[in-house]
Design a protein around this ligand. Structure first.
Ligand code: GRF
Length: 222
């Protein structure tokens, strides 16, 4: 089996990256993690990747300067490393830099992200507190292709969790994160197995989810 080569971009603790690395350790998983790149020096995920034997490197976004010029230079360094690692698919996993339309277009159909809400609801940052303020009863996470507009690309998979009355942003985030760790590896598996096609701006899935991770019913409150 020729495995798809995945590059994971992080900025922080890297728990989603860790779940992708763990899934890719299975012999029958159709993808391997070719490289992890952090735009933040000292990001927690770097040590986790290195410990797992995955090549991990830093491209410090701040070192390229501010403005469009700095962004362009940072992104060409990113692309150079991803190409050098012969990456087929780029997974954003807590990557906190907005990517330019040029970068997104260059990697179109090969660039995915995980977001801790049921998109298209609750885009952007601080979504857990926002969901609690809105009083939603069901929350969740979404894996989607990245488009130039933030958190708006074609949806590949989603998983739902209940919101409890005593939830804080932290307890809700932890419940959603548990689902993220199952959903992301499952979506990458389906992409690598060729089960995801883009048709008219919508991701169409064939085959069956291996673990029921996709479109899961809301679990009964614990
Ligand atoms: C996750 O909640 C992810 O959905 C969001 O950023 C967070 C990253 O967490 N995009 P981690 O670094 O993967 O632990």
């Amino acid at each position: 089996m020729t495995k798809q080569r995945v590059g994971v971009l992080i900025s922080g603790r890297g728990s989603n990256m860790k779940s992708l690395i763990a899934a890719a350790q299975a012999a029958d998983y159709p993808a391997e993690i070719a490289v992890v790149i952090s735009n933040v020096p000292g990001a927690g995920g770097l040590a986790i990747a290195a410990e797992a034997g995955v090549r991990a490197l830093v491209i410090d976004s701040k070192s390229f300067g501010k403005g469009a010029d700095g962004k362009r230079k940072f992104e060409s360094a990113l692309t150079a490393e991803l190409k050098a690692a012969r990456v087929d698919l780029v997974c954003l996993a807590g990557f906190m830099r907005l990517l330019s339309a040029d970068f997104v277009n260059d990697w179109s159909g090969r660039l995915v992200n995980i977001h801790p809400s049921l998109l298209p609801a609750f885009k952007g940052l601080d979504v857990h507190a926002e969901m609690l303020r809105a009083g939603v009863k069901i929350a969740g996470c979404t894996v989607h292709y990245v488009s130039a507009e933030m958190d708006a690309g074609p949806i590949i998979g989603q998983a739902a969790v209940p919101v409890h009355s005593g939830d804080t942003p932290e307890t809700l985030a932890a419940r959603i994160l548990d689902e993220e760790h199952k959903l992301y590896p499952e979506c990458v598996r389906r992409i690598a197995d060729g089960e995801v096609r883009l048709r008219d701006g919508i991701a169409v899935l064939s085959g069956a989810p291996a673990s029921g991770a996709l479109a899961n019913p809301v679990r009964s409150p614990r």
